[in-house]
Ligand binder design. Structure first.
Ligand code: AMP
Ligand code: MG
Length: 398
């Protein structure tokens, strides 16, 4: 058996960020920038009012209350015209350009108006309630650095400086293939048959991670079919996930085929679940031979495929957030030379995170995995006693 770290390093060393593509902002949420974006415009582009109020000469407000003559009104979107002379004020709305002559805005709540006379109740400094040119972004500012995972806020900043398209790493297109003669996709079960649950699970995991998922169906346990399926998969995808066919069975052809048509390493990793794993590259395309047991395939995806796919997408934050959590009931295990990933429900409590078993811990017990929102990482040994703290990988974060 090899360590989890060794297996991960092996995989991550063999994947690289995909080349850049240009996307319109509307399609770029979650994508990773491939180059820096430099602003060529200032935001705000002109001096404008931060408040609804009156544009004034601040010197006129000394000794407030003072009365000023209202000589006009400027709305947001209006082209600035007119100017404020001594003893005058112009009604102004938030975001409207400042008129000439005025150097401050008095918010409307501190004024009273009667006819065309406004009483200003406070004395204001020059610059009060103004937003200056470039206070948010100046021309030449790097608004987005390379390697940025684009959030809604970033898309807004890009839009604010007039950027309509952005260069990002291509999102991996990930094929998902189930293998096994026992698998059926619908209808009644015959003798010895089970339903294919890995494919819908893995397709959803790929999508949830932000990548494009391609359903490659189910293939039986014969070498020729597995060969054809993987060859077709690598021709149209950036990465391929298979499940099943990588353990010690006589009909475990995925590892046989990957060995023949690609550069493959078959691993027995000191973890439970998800001990067997085959990782190969066929041409340039990484193929993740995930184990068949439903919980194992999910855990293997989390530990190996998801970080690697994130690297391909240009991300440098590859792993799930791991936090210390208290196990109020303990989490017991027996020593076997492996690190165990216990399916747990993590909850946030006053002191921080707590974790409790999510149910049956067998690698075929998908219901408990579905109920879990975290994996408690139990080092080799007897597990943790009630009240002890255990590192916990949160599946919903990062
Ligand atoms: P294998 O690694 O192919 O020997 O599969 C290990 C176990 O996982 C067996 O019990 C398989 O029936 C089961 N299994 C394999 N593929 C799937 C799948 N797509 N959906 C549900 N169970 C599966
Ligand atoms: Mg099988």
């Amino acid at each position: 058996m090899i360590s989890l770290d060794e297996a991960r390093e092996h995989v991550l060393a063999r994947v690289a960020p995909l080349g850049p593509v240009e996307l319109v902002l509307d399609e770029a949420l979650g994508a990773v920038t491939a180059a820096e974006v430099v602003a060529t415009e200032a935001v705000p582009p002109f001096v404008n009012s931060a408040m609804d109020g009156y544009a004034v000469r601040s010197a006129d407000t000394v000794g407030a209350p003072v009365e000023l003559k209202v000589v006009g009104m400027i709305a947001a979107g209006a082209a600035p015209d007119g100017s404020v002379g001594p003893g005058e004020a112009i009604r102004i709305m938030t975001g409207a350009p400042m008129p000439g002559g005025a150097d401050a805005v008095v918010l409307v709540e501190r004024t009273r108006t009667e006819g065309d006379v406004v009483t200003i109740e406070i004395t204001v400094e020059p610059g009060t309630s103004l937003r200056g040119v470039g206070e948010d972004v100046r021309p030449g500012d790097v608004v987005v650095a390379p390697g940025t995972v684009l959030t809604p806020g970033h898309l807004g900043v890009l839009a604010s400086v007039g950027v309509e398209r952005v260069a990002v790493h291509r999102r991996p297109r990930v094929g998902v293939l189930s293998t096994g003669d026992e698998l059926v996709t619908s209808g009644p079960l015959g003798r010895g048959q089970i339903r294919d649950s890995n494919r819908p699970t893995l397709l959803a995991l790929v999508r949830e991670a932000g990548f494009e998922a391609v359903d490659l169906g189910v293939v039986g346990d014969d070498e020729a079919s597995v060969t054809t399926a993987i060859e077709q998969a690598v021709a149209s995808c950036d990465a391929v996930l298979t499940s099943g066919g990588v353990s010690m069975g006589d009909l475990d052809y995925v590892k046989v085929v990957l060995d023949r048509i690609g550069e493959m390493r078959w691993m027995q990793i000191a973890i439970k679940p998800a001990k067997p794993f085959a990782f190969g590259t066929v041409g340039e395309v990484p193929v993740f031979g995930l184990p068949g047991n439903p919980v194992s395939s999910m855990v293997s995806f989390e530990l190996f495929a998801r970080p690697a796919l994130r690297r391909m997408a240009g991300r440098s934050d590859l792993h799930r957030l791991t936090v210390p959590a208290v196990a109020p009931d303990g989490l017991r295990r027996s020593a076997d030379g492996k690190v165990h990933f216990a399916r747990v429900v993590a909850t946030q409590e006053a002191h921080g995170w707590s974790v409790r078993s999510a149910g049956g811990q067998g690698s075929h017990q998908l219901a408990a995995m579905a109920a879990a929102n975290a994996l408690a990482v139990l080092a080799d040994g007897n597990g943790v006693a009630a009240g002890d703290t255990v590192p916990t990988m949160l599946l919903g974060f990062g």
